[in-house]
Design a protein around this ligand. Structure first.
Ligand SMILES: Cc1cc2nc3c(=O)[nH]c(=O)nc-3n(C[C@H](O)[C@H](O)[C@H](O)COP(=O)(O)OP(=O)(O)OC[C@H]3O[C@@H](n4cnc5c(N)ncnc54)[C@H](O)[C@@H]3O)c2cc1C
Length: 395
């Protein structure tokens, strides 16, 4: 059904709430591809310019790399903030199974990049600020959203604004999603991810190392200067004791978790812990509110796919919005096209991650043997390796 909004006056065609990587990328993409008026609204202050690498690292695949390059952000990162990795080595603590992929398997120069998330987010925000088509409002607190067929009205401490379309890019705990009464299905993994940065005694060889332990996977993501970003998934019951260890004792536990393959380790940052859960919105739009990124879906970081999926949402939504007249950007027909393309795709990745996680839960010895044999068979088959890498990278 087509909404008649010609009688309304709007302050902006699109208001994007949340200037994280996904929201800021959408603002830039819409500015490049449409003549829509855009406001990017962020609760926090603008990110500071810090050149020092930090522990929030995301693994970006080829598609995400392409999007960020087209937005002229990737080029500004440099090797200290975007490190190309060539291979991946996965092995199982409970069996003899191991799996190895390399960029050569798919004739690519690299499998992807380990990117400093804060630096990348900072650069995206700076591009938005410099873009004359985007009005950026930081330090802005939303109090209410009235979301009707006629208009979306956003009330702030500083007044109100009227928008044709509101994009919720405000992360996993999306306030906008709750205002729109879109519900989520949640799966609490009863686990936390510990992240930090280390430097290792032995070279990482531009390889992403991941070992499945009984308590969950531990991943070493290679960075410049022989550093790695760590994501260690642990049971909630184990978290407190690991967080309370001294830096030296924790570094030794970490080194032993991957059988000292990288030698002795030294911590470079304080440890941070995140609760791990999977969350899916039951629909991606309601009237004039549409969800993207973690506001629509958050998945286990096991696959490092969160930002990658969010950037796919960005590409899809901007394509859909650029193909219709501005009066139609918030119709059910338009938003249904976006939902139809992205919701099943995001949920498929989420299901695959949950299945992978279940497959690596402790089980009977026979299951561990089968699992190890399966990994080794895949690793020995060039065809299977290629299929798996292509699937993972979307190339
Ligand atoms: C341990 C861990 C490791 C991960 N590793 C990877 C990885 O290797 N690769 C990968 O692709 N992904 C990874 N992820 C996932 C990734 O971090 C997220 O998918 C990504 O940050 C989501 O981006 P986003 O912009 O949608 O949301 P966010 O990054 O959460 O940004 C939301 C923005 O909205 C703002 N905001 C919130 N509420 C409001 C409001 N009411 N009004 C205005 N603004 C608001 C926030 O301040 C923030 O700026 C990992 C996640 C975890 C927890």
């Amino acid at each position: 059904m087509r909404r008649r909004d010609r009688s309304q006056s709007f302050d902006y065609d699109v208001v994007i709430v949340g200037a994280g990587m996904v929201g800021a990328a959408l603002a830039l993409q819409l500015s490049a591809q449409t003549s829509l008026t855009i406001c990017l609204l962020e609760r926090a202050s603008m990110l500071p310019d810090s050149a020092a690498p930090n522990q929030r690292v995301v693994a970006l695949g080829q598609q995400a790399h392409k999007v960020l390059s087209e937005l002229e952000v990737f080029q500004l990162l440099g090797e200290s903030h975007a490190f190309p990795y060539q291979s991946m080595y996965v092995w199982d603590a409970a069996s003899h199974g191991e799996l190895q992929f390399a960029a050569d398997d798919v004739n690519e120069p690299q499998l992807g990049f380990m990117v400093d998330a804060l630096r990348c987010n900072y650069l995206l925000q700076q591009q938005c600020i410099a873009d004359p088509n985007i009005e950026c409002r930081f330090d802005t607190r939303l109090n209410a959203i009235e979301n009707t067929a006629q208009v979306a009205r956003l009330d702030m401490d500083q007044g109100h604004m009227r928008a044709r379309l509101v994009v919720a890019a405000d992360g996993a705990n999306s306030w906008v999603r709750r205002q729109a009464r879109i519900f989520t299905n949640q799966l609490d993994y009863q686990q936390s991810g510990i992240v930090t940065r280390i430097v290792s005694e032995k070279p990482h060889q531009a390889c992403a190392w991941q070992r499945f332990l009984e308590t969950g996977p531990v991943a070493f993501l290679p960075l410049a200067e022989n550093q790695c970003s760590i994501v260690w998934s642990v049971d909630s019951s184990e978290l407190t004791s690991l967080m309370q260890l001294s830096d030296e004792a924790f570094a030794d536990r970490l080194a032993s978790s991957i059988e000292y393959r990288l030698g002795a380790l030294q911590l470079l940052d304080p440890r941070q812990a995140f609760k791990l859960r999977s969350q899916r919105a039951d629909r991606y739009f309601e009237q004039r509110v549409v969800l993207i990124g973690d506001a629509a879906h958050s998945i286990h970081p096991l696959a490092g796919q969160g930002v990658n999926l969010g950037l796919h949402d960005v590409v899809c939504l901007s394509r859909v919005l650029s193909s219709v007249a501005k009066e139609d950007i918030a119709t059910a027909a338009t938003l249904e096209r976006y939902q139809h393309r992205r919701k099943p795709a995001n949920e498929q990745v989420d299901r695959a991650m949950s299945m992978l996680r279940t497959a690596y839960q402790p089980g009977p010895a026979i299951w561990h043997t089968l699992r190890g044999t399966g990994m080794n068979l895949i690793s020995r088959s060039p065809l299977m390796r290629r299929l798996l890498v292509r699937q993972a990278l979307g190339v």
